[in-house]
Design a protein around this ligand. Structure first.
Ligand code: SF4
Ligand code: SF4
Length: 207
């Protein structure tokens, strides 16, 4: 189980300031707490400012077949947007980022764990429900699960020929992040000073 919580409004504003936005809302599987009311408010605000090119609201955006079909039906609205804002857990954001490789895809939510059964989805992407989601700094690739050491501030230096030094069968997650940021023209994100993460627990979040 998990809780998705909308990031602070200032954090979302800084991602999409002055940009045209396409929104993808995941209403979640029943194992996910989703901030539906806040999501609707955010969508209304962007529409009122004339910055919303379109939106999709559905459940299970982590289901690749379902999502591929829905994205196809909205491609012109997505192309008209400067960025896609995804309101879901980290798996959903990575699923969308995987499909829209040339487009900035931003996580509007943080993902916190809750004890209990986790919904069964055909997972190609993973989220460790680490709390403050880092995908907006890493081009939509999760540094917690794509890096064997879950490093959040760059590569360890042990990678050989693009492969991880801990698991030789796995591509180095930070090399993937570097390539993705280069493709998006956002290598500047790697130059930002070390960020302090919010390690609030799920108990603190659910209060
Ligand atoms: S950084 Fe990774 S583990 Fe943390 S919430 Fe985002 S997708 Fe999940
Ligand atoms: S080689 Fe890459 S994926 Fe492996 S631990 Fe180091 S930074 Fe992480």
């Amino acid at each position: 189980m998990l809780i998705t919580e909308l990031k602070a409004r200032e954090a979302i504003a800084s991602l999409v300031d002055g940009k045209k936005v396409f929104i993808i809302n995941c209403e979640g599987c029943k194992e996910v707490h989703f901030p539906e009311k806040e999501a609707k408010e955010l969508e209304k605000e962007l529409a009122a400012e004339g910055r919303l090119t379109g939106s999709i609201t559905t459940d299970y955006i982590c289901n690749p077949e379902n999502m591929q079909l829905r994205l196809k039906n909205h491609m012109s609205e997505i192309e008209a947007a400067d960025a896609v804002l995804v309101l879901s857990c980290g798996v959903g954001v990575q699923t969308i980022a995987g499909y829209l490789e040339g487009k900035p895809v931003y996580a509007a939510c943080d993902t916190y764990p809750l004890p209990g059964f986790q919904g069964v989805t055909p997972l190609e992407y993973e989220c460790d429900q680490c709390g403050e989601c880092w995908l907006n700094l890493t081009g939509g690739i999760c540094p917690i699960t794509a890096c064997s050491k879950s490093l959040v501030n760059g590569q360890c230096g042990g990678s050989k020929n693009g492969m991880c030094e801990v698991d030789g069968d796995m591509e180095c997650g930070w090399e993937r992040i570097y390539r993705r940021l280069a493709q998006l023209g956002r290598l500047d994100l790697l130059k930002c000073p070390t960020q302090v993460r919010n390690f609030a627990t799920d108990e603190e979040v659910s209060k």
